[in-house]
Design a protein around this ligand. Structure first.
Ligand SMILES: Cc1cc2nc3c(=O)[nH]c(=O)nc-3n(C[C@H](O)[C@H](O)[C@H](O)COP(=O)(O)OP(=O)(O)OC[C@H]3O[C@@H](n4cnc5c(N)ncnc54)[C@H](O)[C@@H]3O)c2cc1C
Length: 317
């Protein structure tokens, strides 16, 4: 099988979570070749990607038109036959992956989190359904090509290769009669450590009670060198910025420690944090479902417990 992984690079260097896709490829049997097509970033930083062939397209992330990316991929896959085309979960691929599927009339399966088997020409893959409350096994035929979009934080990032490979540059294919133009992109720059990269995340939910509670969450995150997360209830109450939302409609994270205060553990929240190595939950309801998924649970008032934890850690430090 010939596999193509398509990445959109928002920074100079490829970020670690983008390397998860190559661990997924490692799980697949009968791989004849694995290629990467990377949009954006610094071409020279790509030479150690753990694939057989590396292709690079230079873009200006601020103003790139998704239709230009679409046409470039369309042409590239016409010229090189791939059995499996894999996208990562990001804003651009949310638009581009289904559009390619429509243009080429090939099947598209988003949110893939696991490969089970390949029997003859059928791949069996797992994706969550019903807002993460169940998983479904999909049989995908490889008679023609297939497009998959990976669920973030489902695989460990694959280490970079120790040898440098040639990075071949191909040109962006601009759409002739533009249906729309992107004039500029203004990205929110959250303060402190970014959720995606954090080893420790301290999250607050409705039980934290207000903005004052989040000041304490921020203080603890600061002391532990961690990032601040939140449930949708807290974000919708405007106690914390939307950029900190964890869950189905927010960030998908897998820190070493996920410390929650006043979060019930709804399936949509768990979707974004279930891959954390250790979940520690504080909730005053002993039946809260977050306790079913946590390594340690504390039945307490979360604000009182937060004050005590901050004081204890300050004493130790
Ligand atoms: C399509 C869809 C997508 C969604 N996406 C997301 C998502 O991405 N992320 C997300 O988080 N949610 C998402 N939700 C919402 C989700 O279903 C829950 O409503 C939300 O996660 C609840 O947030 P919460 O746990 O903070 O609030 P609640 O469920 O209200 O829980 C509050 C918890 O705090 C505890 N508590 C109260 N007071 C205290 C106290 N003083 N001390 C200790 N504990 C206390 C309570 O016992 C309770 O368990 C989505 C919903 C839908 C339908």
């Amino acid at each position: 099988m010939k596999v193509l992984s398509i990445l959109v690079n928002e920074n100079e260097k490829i970020d670690n979570s983008s390397l998860e896709v190559f661990s997924f490829v490692d799980n697949l049997p009968d791989i004849a070749s694995s290629s990467a097509l990377v949009f954006g970033g610094d071409k020279h930083s790509l030479s150690k990607l753990p694939v057989d062939e590396i292709f690079f397209v230079s873009i200006d992330n601020q103003v790139v038109n998704p239709n230009d990316i679409l046409l470039t991929i369309d042409k590239f896959i016409d010229e090189n036959n791939f059995d499996i085309i894999i996208f990562q979960k990001d804003d651009l691929s949310n638009y581009v992956a289904p559009s390619i599927s429509f243009r080429k009339a090939i099947p598209y399966l988003p949110d893939v989190k696991k490969f089970i088997t390949k029997e003859k020409n059928i791949l069996k893959l797992v994706r969550p359904i019903h807002g993460e409350s169940a998983e479904a096994i999909y049989s995908v035929s490889l008679e023609n090509s297939v497009i998959l979009k990976m669920r973030k934080s489902s695989f460990e990032p694959k280490p970079l290769s120790s040898v440098d490979k040639d990075v071949k540059e191909i040109l962006l294919q601009p759409e002739k009669d533009k249906t729309f133009n992107i004039l500029e992109t203004n990205k929110a720059e959250p303060e402190g450590i970014q959720l995606d990269d954090a080893d420790i995340v301290i999250s607050g939910g409705r039980g934290i009670g207000g903005k004052e509670g989040f000041e304490k969450i921020k203080e603890l995150a600061n002391i532990l060198n961690g990032a601040v997360g939140a449930s949708r209830a807290a974000v919708e109450s405007e106690w914390i910025e939307t950029s900190q939302l964890v869950g189905l409609t927010g960030k998908w994270i897998s820190p070493n420690l996920y410390f929650t205060f006043g979060i019930s553990g709804a399936s949509q929240h768990l979707a974004g944090c279930i891959n954390s190595k250790n979940i520690v939950a504080v909730n005053n309801d002993p039946d809260a479902s977050i306790f079913l998924h946590s390594k340690f649970g504390v039945i307490a008032d979360c604000n009182e417990f937060l004050d005590e934890v901050i004081e204890e850690i300050k004493n130790i430090q």
